[in-house]
Design a protein around this ligand. Structure first.
Ligand code: NAD
Ligand code: DAU
Length: 351
């Protein structure tokens, strides 16, 4: 049997493929357009594995997606592909509409066409997972309860709005056509292979390059950090046991402010790779805030814990050490990215 995932050359997708192949014999097809965020080097070690197939295709190209789904006849489709960076969505939202909305539409249409031609056995085992984000719920005040699956969608950035639209389409295909869809809404992930424009890898990268570490606004914004392997395991549980039509929130029970995250990273780097005459926190620089910046995200994962027996296993203190060590050991992976048009975007965003 085969599963088909999209966006497998990105951060979470590549971690998912590594984890999948380490635990399953089943084939995995990776459909990825290789945008700036897609990195084939993240999959170099498994590129010759007979269970792994790569297809460079845009998920918004409906006819190509029809063909791929019919060619591989997957028992499941997991949609990781997205434009995922909030700052880019503020600067240039169009790609977010294409991939996160039209792309989801095209996957749903192709899956519907395929699903209706399956026999009843195969229909019963088919599932689509729309991998989504806690950002669709908007922003929490300090005293508010964590997001549950019942929270209203109140997206604040073009990224969050485009993901919300994709989720609504996915839900509607389940309700209207009976397409077996589950939606997952996860909090901030961290770990190896994350593109160095996101807070944690950007901080590590800038520190090691002796560049300023930008903190937006007062740095007291809160995110609920989850190690990427724990997210991948949660998706496997939803694939295996999730109830069709349901949404599952996935979180780390780990709320930390941005400035605390950056200070933890600086202190760890002081230990592992000290600067000559200074401490890394001397590079911290408070900059203009992100427009519409969400103050706090926090996920209530009671449902997935109770119903699917999932829980996060990696404590932040372990996960951040693994992550920092991975970036120190994989400078070539980072350099390969930062030697491309990376600098153009970073200069544009942080000037
Ligand atoms: P990423 O930006 O690292 O990777 C996205 C991948 O999608 C890249 O490989 C890119 O090439 C591919 N892609 C983009 N547009 C495409 C298109 N039109 N067709 C085919 N492939 C395309 O993203 P990520 O951080 O790995 O996030 C993966 C998913 O998880 C996204 O849907 C995101 O919304 C969701 N999510 C991310 C986080 C997080 O903290 N990173 C948290 C919760 C949910
Ligand atoms: O919550 C899940 C979401 O987490 C995912 O859906 C998104 O795809 C993912 O990018 C992430 O979004 P955030 O905006 O929370 O992540 P980012 O790493 O961009 O920023 C984390 C926090 O750090 C946020 O409050 C903004 C702040 N920040 C970010 C950068 C890049 C800074 O203060 N300085 C920075 O340089």
């Amino acid at each position: 049997m085969t599963i088909l995932i999209t966006g497998g050359a990105g951060f979470i997708g590549s971690n998912f493929i590594h984890r999948w192949l380490s635990k399953n014999e089943e084939k995995i097809v990776n459909v990825d357009l290789l945008t700036y965020a897609g990195n084939i080097n993240s999959l170099k070690d498994i590129s010759n594995d007979k269970r792994y197939i790569f297809e460079k295709v845009d998920i918004a190209e409906k006819s190509k997606i029809y063909k791929l789904i019919n060619k591989y006849e997957p028992r499941a489709v997991i949609n990781f592909a997205a434009e995922s960076h909030v700052d880019r969505s503020i600067h240039s939202p169009e790609a977010f509409i294409r991939t996160n909305i039209n792309g989801v539409f095209s996957l749903l249409e192709a899956s519907k066409d395929y699903f209706f031609r399956l026999n009843s056995n195969k229909k019963n085992s088919f599932k689509i997972i729309q991998v989504s984000t806690d950002e669709v719920y908007g922003s929490l005040k300090e005293e508010e309860d964590k997001f549950t699956e019942q929270n209203q969608y109140l997206p604040n950035s073009p990224y969050a709005a485009s993901k919300a639209a994709g989720d609504h389409l996915a839900r509607s295909y389940c309700k209207t056509y009976g397409l077996p869809v589950c939606i997952t809404n996860c909090s901030n992930n961290y770990g190896p292979y994350q593109f160095p424009e996101k807070l944690i890898p950007l901080t590590i990268h800038n520190a090691l390059e002796n560049k300023q570490i930008p903190i937006y606004g007062d740095g007291r914004q809160i995110r609920d950090w989850l190690f990427v392997d724990d997210h991948c395991d949660a998706i496997c549980e939803v694939l295996a046991k999730g109830t069709v039509g349901e949404t599952y929130n996935i979180g780390g029970d780990n709320e930390i402010t941005n400035i605390d995250i950056v200070n933890i990273i600086c202190a760890k780097l002081d230990e592992l790779s000290p600067m000559k005459d200074n401490k890394y926190d001397s590079l911290i620089s408070y900059v203009k805030d992100r427009p519409g910046h969400d103050r706090r995200y926090a996920i209530n994962s009671t449902k997935i814990k109770n119903e699917l027996n999932w829980k996060p296993h990696i404590k932040f203190i372990e996960g951040i050490d693994i992550t920092i060590q991975w970036y120190l050991d994989n400078q070539a992976w980072v350099k390969n990215i930062t030697s491309g048009d990376y600098k153009e975007w970073i200069d544009l965003n942080y000037k």
